[in-house]
Ligand binder design. Structure first.
Ligand SMILES: Cc1cc2nc3c(=O)[nH]c(=O)nc-3n(C[C@H](O)[C@H](O)[C@H](O)COP(=O)(O)OP(=O)(O)OC[C@H]3O[C@@H](n4cnc5c(N)ncnc54)[C@H](O)[C@@H]3O)c2cc1C
Ligand SMILES: NC(=O)c1ccc[n+]([C@@H]2O[C@H](COP(=O)([O-])OP(=O)(O)OC[C@H]3O[C@@H](n4cnc5c(N)ncnc54)[C@H](OP(=O)(O)O)[C@@H]3O)[C@@H](O)[C@H]2O)c1
Length: 282
């Protein structure tokens, strides 16, 4: 009788088809312009809550050579550093090279993820303070979705104020759901203490559709209305630290306001009182 060689079960091991491939596990759509998704996390990926990575898909085949190149874009990781999976919050630009395709991903599909996290919206770039402000417009909420689920945020600060300005009310849903989920977040309630979420003051506003609070956060702060609504003291450099993530004009306007209030811009290499990052290039 001839000896039989064991047969390898090739079906058991799924070979990734993309370089740096990760598998999509969940997708949720909010509006015709916004969705979020989760994917597997590379075992070797370490990042600080608030950082971003490059993610994408393979581009269309070259018409002559048929070769495909990765089509990558910067994305804030919306999940906290301790999470087993990665979460992203994305725009859908109908003629956008990446998001015209990315918006159609389904659980089981693969995306490319370059495991080199970077960014300035990190606790390490700020010096100690009592109160932290997270200022976001649109998808600029994404890094704060990570930082709001990061225990260090509540260890370092007595008060956490998150403002989110969008054009329409439906664009606030993702942020609203994250804030609500914190109330029953087992890890944070255990690590920081039951009711830790009472440290959070959430201030969502819209500019082009009726909602509970209308107006740009910049105008609402300049007029003093935001302070009155929140029942807080105006910004001051002794107590306040801030992170900004929105469109370029918003970032610049808020930067000027923080500088006028006496806060200085920080960086990983030189921590100070506030940090800023663009939510998209324009
Ligand atoms: C540091 C950094 C972090 C980023 N993090 C995120 C993120 O977490 N989520 C996310 O959706 N995008 C994020 N972006 C933007 C992202 O890199 C892409 O621009 C976006 O995915 C669109 O890609 P695209 O190829 O479809 O279109 P692109 O050619 O990249 O963009 C086309 C146009 O769409 C508009 N646009 C692009 N991104 C946005 C946006 N996020 N919100 C509103 N308008 C936009 C701009 O007018 C832009 O000129 C980030 C960008 C930077 C620089
Ligand atoms: N959101 C939509 O429904 C929509 C639909 C189709 C296309 N787009 C296009 O998509 C791109 C991005 O749109 P977006 O809505 O995601 O982002 P956005 O234009 O950056 O606006 C997001 C929010 O930021 C506010 N804002 C803008 N500049 C500000 C500043 N200097 N200070 C304070 N607040 C400021 C806006 O208020 P204002 O409303 O007062 O500007 C809006 O509430 C734009 O090019 C837009 O034309 C958007």
């Amino acid at each position: 009788m001839t000896e039989q060689t064991p047969v390898t079960d090739t079906k058991a091991v799924k070979v990734p088809t993309l370089p740096d491939a990760q598998t999509v596990t969940q997708v949720q759509h909010y509006t015709d312009r916004l969705f979020s998704f989760k994917c597997t996390r590379p075992a070797s990926l370490r990042f600080r809550s608030g950082e971003f990575v490059m993610i994408g898909l393979m581009g269309d085949p070259h018409p002559e050579t048929g070769k495909q190149k990765p089509l990558l874009r910067a994305y804030s990781i919306a999940s906290p550093s301790w999470d087993e999976e990665l979460e992203f919050y994305s725009i859908k630009v109908q003629d956008g090279p990446l998001t015209s395709k990315l918006q159609h991903i389904q659980p089981g599909d693969e995306i490319i993820l370059r495991p080199k996290p970077v960014g300035t919206l990190v606790h390490d770039a700020l010096i100690p303070g009592k109160r932290i402000w997270f200022f976001a417009t649109g998808t600029g909420f994404a890094p704060f979705a990570s930082l709001l689920r990061e225990p260090q945020t509540y260890e370092d600060y007595d008060e956490v104020i998150i403002t989110h300005t969008c054009r329409e009310a439906g664009e606030l849903t993702y942020g609203h759901d994250i804030i609500e989920s914190l109330k029953t977040d087992e890890l944070l309630n255990e690590v920081i203490g039951e009711g830790f979420w009472k440290k959070i003051k959430y201030y969502p506003t819209t500019t082009r559709e009726e909602s509970a609070k209308m107006g740009r956060i910049t105008d609402l702060i300049n007029s003093g209305e935001a302070y009155a609504d929140l029942g807080v003291e105006p910004l001051n450099p002794d107590n306040d630290r801030a992170m900004i993530c929105g469109n370029l004009a918003f970032n610049l306007e808020l930067k000027d306001m923080l500088e006028a209030a006496g806060l200085e811009e920080g960086a990983n290499s030189k921590p100070a009182q506030y940090v800023v990052e663009k939510a998209f290039l324009d």
